[in-house]
Design a protein around this ligand. Structure first.
Ligand code: 13P
Length: 257
């Protein structure tokens, strides 16, 4: 991470876990564990839609942000079961994860839908966290860098430099998600640097240097420090370890050192 140039952001992705009734206890346990936390690094929890109001209430005035895990690319209308960007911002949601590999894998999301959702999110004050990353098969074929380059190019197509500077990119190798297999700091750095170079080509050095790039995939209290020490890793998108306040706190504190 490079604090002079850009923000460090530690975001928890709770996926389909936790009940509204459990969130106050979570925040009550977390906040005393991050006493120095004053927004030096931004900490965020991304929760299922239905428990966003409880999360917004529990984290009110703590400095910890709250995000959703998905949104519709459409503004409003006959899209049963979907949630719009305006509905999220209306209740105070500050972040939204877009194109998580689980959405791509199980719900047919493509680079094109990721692009449409990112454009829709940028019409609101929310910060989109746009996910990219390769499968094990793609890594073994040696196409990681070209694939991630394409994912970033398509996700950002039609997006100006000014808009892009509001986006967070999360590099999440699919084979590292929920498997306990973390990318080595060197491998994660290599791909995050590729992403930074794509941003330089698409925009300019200044814009690329201002964009936060997170690593995600089995990041935990043990390996966070080493991953965050890499020059192009500016934070983490954390699944399993974000469900436990003690582990999540260690990661936030590692980013604050
Ligand atoms: P894990 O940290 O559980 O591997 O999940 C990573 C992830 O998918 C975050 O979005």
């Amino acid at each position: 991470m490079n604090r002079e140039l850009r923000k460090t952001v530690i975001a928890g992705n709770w996926k389909m876990n936790k009940l509204a009734s459990e969130i106050k206890a979570f925040s009550d346990e977390l906040m005393p564990l991050i006493p120095g936390y004053k927004g030096w690094c931004d900490a965020v929890v991304c929760t299922p839609f239905v428990i966003l109001p409880a999360a917004l209430c529990a984290f009110k005035d703590t400095g910890v942000g709250v995000g959703a895990q998905n949104m519709s690319q459409h503004e409003s209308g006959a899209y049963t079961g979907e949630v719009s960007a305006a509905q999220l911002t209306d209740i105070g949601t500050q972040y939204v994860i877009i194109g998580h590999s689980e959405r791509r894998q199980y719900y047919g999301e493509t680079d094109e839908t990721v692009n449409a959702k990112t454009i829709a999110a940028l019409k609101t004050p929310m910060t989109p966290i746009v996910c990219v990353g390769e499968t094990l098969e793609q890594r073994e074929k040696g196409i990681t860098n070209s694939l991630v380059t394409m994912q970033v190019e398509v996700a950002l197509s039609g997006i100006s430099a000014e808009q892009a500077s509001k986006i967070i990119i999360a590099y999440e190798p699919v084979w590292a998600i929920g498997t306990g297999k973390t990318a080595t700091p060197e491998d994660a750095q290599e791909v995050c640097k590729v992403i930074r170079d794509v941003l330089k080509t698409l925009y300019c050095e200044k814009t690329a240097n201002a964009i936060t790039i997170q690593y995600g995939g089995s990041m935990n209290d043990k390996n966070a420090k080493e991953l965050l020490a890499q020059p192009d890793i500016d934070g983490g998108l954390i699944g399993g370890a974000s469900l436990k306040p003690d582990q999540f706190a260690v990661i936030i504190n590692a980013a604050n050192q």
